[in-house]
Design a protein. Sequence first.
Length: 689
Amino acid sequence: MPTLKVNGEEVEFEKGMTVLQVCEQAGAEVPRFCYHERLSIAGNCRMCLVEVKPGPPKPAASCALPAGDGMEVFTDTPMVKKARNGVMEFLLINHPLDCPICDQGGECDLQDQAMAYGFDGSRFHENKRAVKDKEMGPLINTIMTRCIHCTRCVRFSTEIAGVEDMGLLNRGEAAEISTLEKAVASELSANVIDLCPVGALTSKPYQFNARPWELKKTESIDVMDAVGSNIRVDARGNEVLRVLPRLNEDVNEEWISDKTRYACDGLRKRRLDKVFVRGADGKLAASDWSTAFKAIADKVAAASPAEIGAIAGDQCEVEGMFALKGLMESLGVANMDCRQDGAKIDPAVRASYLFNSGIAGVEEADAILIVGSNPRWEAPLINARIRKRWLAGGLKVGVIGPKLDLTYGYDYLGAGPETLKELADGKHSFLEVLKSAEKPMLILGPGAISRADGAAVTAAARSIAEATGMIREDWNGFNVLHTAASRVGGLDIGFVPGDGGLDTAGILDGAANGSVKVVFLLAADEIDTSKLKDAFVIYQGHHGDTGAHVADVILPGAAYTEKPGIYLNTEGRVQMARRAAFPPGDAREDWTILRALSDVVGKTLPFDNLGDLRRAIHAQCDHMTMIDALPGATWGAFGEAGEMASDAFVSPIDNFYVTDPISRASETMAECTRVFLDGADEQGTGTDG
């Protein structure tokens, strides 16, 4: 390997690295504003100047300088220090120096680097330049006089988000970042706030809410989709004020979606903080735990096991579902399901419901077939991974389903099962693309598996995967893209119909025709609640959403930021969420409510604390001890070959911003809906690239 010296110490490096990267590898700190390891190199802030020998007797921008064998690099010579002082002095010529009122204060790279590398005074007395603030939508607040033109935001929106809404206008002192007064129409737009090294772009919903040193910071997991993005929840007292991304190279890198970041204001609205029981007058009235438990126990005692059903929602943690499953089984109930959308998945074969190649595996694929999915709305970060791989070159993408703007080019193959059948029968030309690829990949979305013929669609997709060499010892390219954070965990613990039991559709139909008399909804809201009017409904959840409206008993639970819990993302990765705040009022963690209820119904669950509960989970699913790991899944036969309907595949998400009780309660998400969807062309109606 080639070597160079950094401040007199010899360092080995890989060919193609820049001097800045080698300095970082050697442990020598080099300040920067415009450079970011995930963006293209701009080289326009000049803060990363170093002295290089052999070379001209002047400082060089290390971010854009290729490292060469035998170089000598100095990061702390008098020349470098003087150059950095000068650069910082120039950057601050027009900066308003309004740190006391800036939301970036305390988390500002400009502050930090001015202290560490700047000059202790200013020699400029001329009037400062002022720049008009720009309109960038409901999420991004702008104070453009602060902008130092690092262009990180422009490069992110163009390269990673895949929208060309931001750009740099004019030249020299007249240069301005602008969107031409247009909202940035990307599901990842607010990541530019994290990227901005000064206070030019800040969070509009969070504006003037808190200072960073006032907040308690808790590392947790996002549940707005099934990606399982690693997040940091910042709370003051008992109120969650913001959600920020946390680095995880294998899942979300360092990005999060706008819904993940901003739906948290819905945690304060429409909360269930008291027990409610429906009285003889047909109205819900505040009550207490003992009254509610007795009402439930009486109804359960009067019903046979076949007349009881349970449905788990999309944001439930494993512990709550495991406790409910244990309670149902102790009552002899086989009617339970964690698939609110009715997805036709075989829970007996774990590989049949996982994103088997892993999210990071997208970057290894050279051909991708997307079936019945809109990844841009169902999993924006997986869509960004596909775009990243597409930009690297050599990737062929085929789409069967809705024709959308996915931010990368693709071949549109067809709208529905007819095209899938052609591929399965070996009659479509794209099959050769998959066969000739080294690492082909198939992504099966909820628009394909949640149909009545979902089992036949799954069988056809499996036959394509097996025929094209996707399934082998070193690679499994068969991937199911879920949208529910609870789905894989629920399937792993077996929260599915037992022998002769009813699934979600069966429970709802049974409630409508009177054969199912008691229905337990564990934060389940994405179902047809009109079928539950004649059944006795127990709703345990955190928001007064559709499930609570039809309930006869409401048990207030904790939201995802208010309880510790295990979640498995769409690839089967085991992740741990932690409590950032306490639930309001009488609300409690789901498993504790179910444990107390089990006492009243006479079927006491065999655990008294969270440790005992998790040991019981681990005894059944030992892979759940492997935190932040990808347990392997054995391939097998699944799906049911048969006729597929001719209806086109349609994504179940028609509004990215409101898909669950929390986002439906969020004022910020409502504003995003108004700006981006209402009265405008719906996002994702572009061409195939």
